[in-house]
Design a protein around this ligand. Structure first.
Ligand SMILES: C[S@@+](CC[C@H](N)C(=O)[O-])C[C@H]1O[C@@H](n2cnc3c(N)ncnc32)[C@H](O)[C@@H]1O
Length: 284
């Protein structure tokens, strides 16, 4: 197992966030003060993330199955630690200080680094995972190549299928964040090609009471879309002009009050699962 304490990169504690000089590629290219590496600044949008994005136990179980019997796991783009299996030895990589600060006490160590340059030797882990993060990476091919390099076994990636994403009912009311999201997430075929021939794709059923507040998690709970905290925990919503968000709120509120939403989609309020865009892509 790789010994993180001997890494040249830093552990994610707040005392360590002063402006050290990085000499690794990509580390200098991070545009945000808190170290965020993607197209959003988690220093601004990430403060409520852990409240609204609790790992869902059913999705966690599916990810755990995909990791097989791996004893050591690297979690890339780990955020506040969602979906890190508690029964394995985990190391996390997370560039945003704001997200590292939301890791619960006792969480596995989180290293300040990026997917495109993982500071570990070849084959350092039994398995490597990345959940809801690849759409934010500056260089997907490099990040996936790095995950494959440091894994001795499975590489497990949770993504949204950008084609399926546009089929969500929200597109009737507020297509803008879905448009944003579907240009950020890579085509599933591209991800499969990057991961290689031993790759399979599993749908992830989304439970009606899903505790992880990504967009489709609220398929049967439309009122939740009106909550600022729910909106702020979905990075694509923060990339849409605020007046468009207000226009959406007005439209959805009116249709909820008149019963128009329920007339079209009310069956979803009792549908136990939604087969949406969520996919588990597994290189075994
Ligand atoms: C939507 S959050 C997902 C966090 C967590 N994996 C989860 O499932 O809740 C996306 C995370 O990816 C991180 N991220 C963005 N660009 C990255 C990069 N190039 N390398 C590693 N992580 C990155 C962000 O800082 C953020 O914490």
């Amino acid at each position: 197992m790789f010994d993180s304490t001997k890494s040249s990169t830093r552990r994610g504690s707040s005392e360590q966030e002063e402006s050290d000089t990085y000499d690794e590629p990509f580390m200098n290219a991070r545009p945000h003060i808190d170290g965020s590496a993607g197209d959003v600044d988690y220093g601004v949008i990430g403060t409520g993330y852990a409240v609204y994005r609790q790992p869902d136990p059913r999705i966690a179980a599916q990810i755990a199955r995909a990791l097989g019997d791996a004893g050591t796991v690297l979690n890339v783009g780990a955020g506040s630690g969602n979906y890190e299996p508690a029964d394995r030895e985990v190391i996390a990589v997370e560039p945003s200080a704001t997200m590292r600060a939301q890791r619960p006490p006792g969480s596995p160590p989180a290293i300040d680094a990026v997917a495109e340059h993982l500071p570990f030797p070849d084959g350092a882990f039994d398995a490597v995972m990345a959940s809801s993060t690849v759409h934010q990476w500056a260089d997907l091919a490099k990040g996936i190549a790095e995950m494959k390099r440091v894994s001795r076994g499975p590489v497990v990636v949770t993504v949204s299928d950008p084609v399926r994403l546009r089929e969500f009912w929200l597109a009737d009311y507020f297509p803008e964040p879905l448009d944003v999201e579907s240009t950020r997430f890579p085509p599933i075929e591209w991800l499969v090609e990057l991961l290689g021939p031993e790759t399979r794709v599993e749908p992830i059923p989304i439970p009606l009471d899903c505790t992880d507040g990504f967009c489709e998690a609220y398929y049967g709970r439309p009122e939740r879309f009106l909550e600022p905290g729910v909106q702020g925990a979905m990075s694509s919503w923060t990339l849409v002009d605020p007046p468009l968000v207000r226009r959406f709120e007005t439209r959805l509120s009116a249709d909820l009050a008149s019963g128009a939403w329920d007339a079209r989609y009310g069956y979803l309020r009792a549908q136990p699962e939604y087969d949406g865009s969520l996919r588990l892509v597994i290189r075994s």
